[in-house]
Design a protein around this ligand. Structure first.
Ligand code: F6P
Length: 372
């Protein structure tokens, strides 16, 4: 009998419980394996904190948000322990063996893929499922969580429309997505945003202001600007690039890593970016502007039907791979089916929106401004 461990890592996402159920029920009932859950991502595996998943725990969770296992962003090789970041990979490997696991199923996004690959390189059998509202995982058509978040952000834009219209205002709505624009683009299109700003298309504020002024001239003195949390203007991007290019003087060891300088510059730029944008647009158009930051609302609550189906499909496909002894892969959604993609092929890659993506082309056809 095979022994399977399941954990959820990284930011939570609607559909995680549906995926846990899919993997768990297929492994237990269909294949007769043993299944155990680890709490709070890789931290729970390190600390040997488990949840039994061999009984009723898998029932009644298909429709619930969050993750019954809990999650964390802790990485095996940089685990906060006693105020320090320590490499706890060996403890994780030891616990994997103590539980006599044949496979560890990790439900997560880009960070989880990298961590899973490290564990694979330590000789563990791992399988990952692509989860994130950001939809930025390479090698899969789509990630679970995205469709639900898309619905929430779209509904928010719908609601903002009526109030923007009544008050003749600009409403700038900030949408999650990390450094990818999928969610803002999708919700912007579905919600009919007048301007959509995404990280993949650096913007020019004058182009946005002119699009809004043109709407005023056409007797539409209100506008919705959907801005991805990772979007930056051309000058802001130049600041970021300059910070990341800073090299230490020749022969001198760097006091701080270039990565740190880039992270600091990014933090400054992204903090209040949306408020700055709204203020500038207010000055440039003469319309009042308001800001709505959707934040973690986009990750909460019950998963959409599409996410429940996707998570179930990917979860049960993982169980099939385990039964066949095929490990070291991510289960990707491809068309109507699934495909096992080697972790090496996708770990460390971010799937961003190609600027000529069909969604962008069609949005341009209906007059959406991208600030370029
Ligand atoms: O990856 C999902 C996500 O919600 C991103 O869209 C966002 O940038 C980030 O997580 C927020 O992280 P946290 O939950 O740590 O605030």
């Amino acid at each position: 009998t095979k022994h399977i461990g399941i954990l959820t890592a990284g930011g939570d996402s609607p559909g995680l419980n549906a995926a846990i159920r899919g993997v768990g029920k297929a492994c237990l009932s269909h294949y007769g394996m043993h299944v155990v859950g680890f709490r709070d991502g890789f931290r729970g595996l390190m600390e040997n904190r488990t949840t039994p998943l061999d009984g009723g725990q898998l029932s009644g969770i298909l429709t619930s948000g969050g993750t019954i296992l809990g999650t964390s962003r802790d990485k095996p090789h940089k685990m906060p322990v006693g105020g320090k970041l320590l490499d706890m990979t060996d403890a994780i490997v030891a616990n994997y063996h103590e539980h006599r696991l044949d496979c560890l199923v990790c439900l997560g996004g880009g960070g989880t893929l990298k961590n899973a690959l490290r564990l694979k390189q330590k000789g563990l059998n791992v399988i990952t499922l692509p989860k994130t509202i950001d939809n930025d995982v390479a090698g899969t058509d789509i990630t679970f969580g995205f469709d639900t978040a898309l619905g929430i952000a779209t509904e928010a834009i719908d609601r903002l429309h009526s109030t923007a219209h009544s008050h003749h205002r600009i409403i700038v709505v900030e949408i999650m997505g990390h450094r990818a624009g999928w969610l803002a683009l999708g919700a912007g299109i579905a919600g009919g945003a007048d301007v959509i700003l995404i990280p993949e298309i650096p913007y020019d504020i004058e182009s946005i202001a002119e699009a809004i002024r043109e709407r005023v001239r056409s007797d539409k003195p209100f506008s919705i600007v959907a801005v991805a949390e990772g979007a930056l203007s051309k000058p802001e991007l130049a600041v970021l690039k300059a910070a990341s290019a800073k090299k230490p003087a020749r022969g001198k060891p760097p006091k701080r890593k270039a990565d740190d300088a880039e992270a600091d510059a990014a933090e400054l730029l992204y903090a209040d970016r949306t408020l700055r944008l709204a203020k500038q647009l207010e000055r440039m158009t003469g319309l009042e502007a308001r800001v709505t930051i959707l934040g973690h609302l986009q990750r909460g609550g019950t998963p959409s039907a599409a996410d429940r189906m996707l998570a179930t499909r990917l979860g049960t496909a993982a169980a099939d791979l385990i039964a066949q002894g095929r490990y070291g892969v991510m289960v990707a959604a491809r068309g109507e089916g699934t495909r096992a993609v080697k972790l090496e092929e996708v770990a460390g890659q971010v799937k961003t929106v190609p600027p000529d993506h069909p969604w962008i082309l069609s949005a341009r056809r209906v007059g959406t401004n991208f600030g370029d």
